[in-house]
Ligand binder design. Structure first.
Ligand SMILES: Nc1ncnc2c1ncn2[C@@H]1O[C@H](COP(=O)(O)OP(=O)(O)OP(=O)(O)O)[C@@H](O)[C@H]1O
Ligand SMILES: [Mg+2]
Length: 326
């Protein structure tokens, strides 16, 4: 039975969106891990959440999936309000957690059948769905192997399969390629692309810019518990406008060079990473000669100079003053 409460009357218009996240906040003691996160995912859309370690990605996902209670804010899945005790909206989600959750002594097929039964599948439907999912995740030939013999990447692919069994309206993947071999990584990305092509809605968190660029229709750049910017790749890159990046590698007085370069009018921003200076620069092709000169005069001996067009890394740097990777 559905009862209307005061809360429901204040809930947002969810329209046809498969996910509506409104102003989520979560504190851990003094730390505000998620600080007012709002976004929407349309049916069939792949939405990326791109951010570094500790940005609040997993905390947000735990609240979206109804595993963690927000301090404030709301989540609607296909129009249904999510809460810790709500079964309806949870059944519409397929959650692939960052931490693996599979039984090592069971085979891949046995794991899928076990979790499929928990999701309410059974009989011929469960058997055929198990085979389909094994095919999607590229593990058909290892269906009968105990998963303790699997590589990290194969285990992760199985973890994704578990999230897919009940054909969720929205598949949530939390950094599914961290720590996996390149072959499994590629297989995971291809599976997500195939699912998106078939019309599944996907929420994908990552700290790899390339993955967000390759997979996602729209991307939220997150840091310190907040969405710093949101849009298509093209829209996000427009934020840095015509700014290019120049990387200087070398030795000598790198700190002095960073100081000198910051004072050049063409230079918007300087980030020091060990022996590399990453500069955000207006009109790099014209500015580069002056930059090389200034670095040299400040006592930096250059080993390499590289100019690149802006990408999502540059957007992140521009918005936060930090590098996306640690
Ligand atoms: N249960 C908890 N208790 C206390 N602090 C927590 C807890 N869970 C997360 N945090 C903190 O909240 C912040 C956000 O963590 P979260 O795991 O959401 O980040 P993340 O973006 O998923 O990072 P990663 O890329 O490393 O997985 C971090 O500073 C983290 O230390
Ligand atoms: Mg995480």
């Amino acid at each position: 039975m559905v009862t209307m409460t005061q809360h429901d009357t204040e809930s947002p218009a969810t329209g046809s969106d498969v996910l509506v996240v409104q102003d989520l906040v979560r504190n851990f003691g003094e730390l505000r891990a998620v600080d007012g996160v709002s976004f929407r995912i349309a049916p069939g859309e792949t939405y990326g959440v791109l951010g570094p370690n500790g940005a609040g990605k997993t905390t947000s996902i735990s609240m979206i999936a109804g595993l963690l209670r927000p301090d404030s804010g709301s989540v609607h899945v296909a129009g249904q309000l999510m809460g810790p005790r709500q079964v309806g909206p949870k059944a519409l989600l397929g959650l692939v957690p960052q931490e693996l959750a599979i039984y090592p002594e069971l085979s891949a097929a046995e794991n899928l059948r076990f979790f499929g039964r928990l999701q309410g599948l059974g009989g011929a439907e469960l058997r055929s769905r198990t085979d389909e999912v094994l095919d999607i995740i590229g593990l058909s030939d290892r269906a009968k192997s105990a998963t303790k013999e699997f590589s990290g990447g194969m285990k992760r692919r199985l973890n994704i399969g578990i999230g897919l069994l009940h054909r969720p309206a929205l598949l949530i993947l939390d950094e599914p390629t961290v720590g996996v071999d390149p072959q499994s990584r590629n297989s995971i990305l291809e599976s997500v692309e195939a699912l998106a092509t078939e019309g599944m809605s996907v929420l994908y968190t990552t700290h790899y810019m390339e993955e967000a660029e390759r997979l996602c229709d729209r991307i939220a750049i997150v840091d310190s518990g907040r969405i710093q910017a949101e849009g298509t790749r093209t829209e996000l890159i427009r934020i840095v406008g015509e700014l290019d990046e120049i990387r200087l590698d070398g030795s000598g007085d790198i700190a002095a060079a960073a100081g000198a370069l910051e004072r050049l009018p063409a230079v918007e921003h300087v980030l020091t990473e060990a022996r590399t200076l990453r500069l955000t620069v207006r009109e790099a092709p014209t500015a580069v000669a002056g930059i090389v000169n200034a670095a040299g005069q400040a006592g930096m001996e250059l080993a390499d100079v590289e100019i690149s067009r802006p990408d999502l890394e540059s957007v992140f740097l521009h918005l936060t003053g930090k590098a996306l990777r640690d």
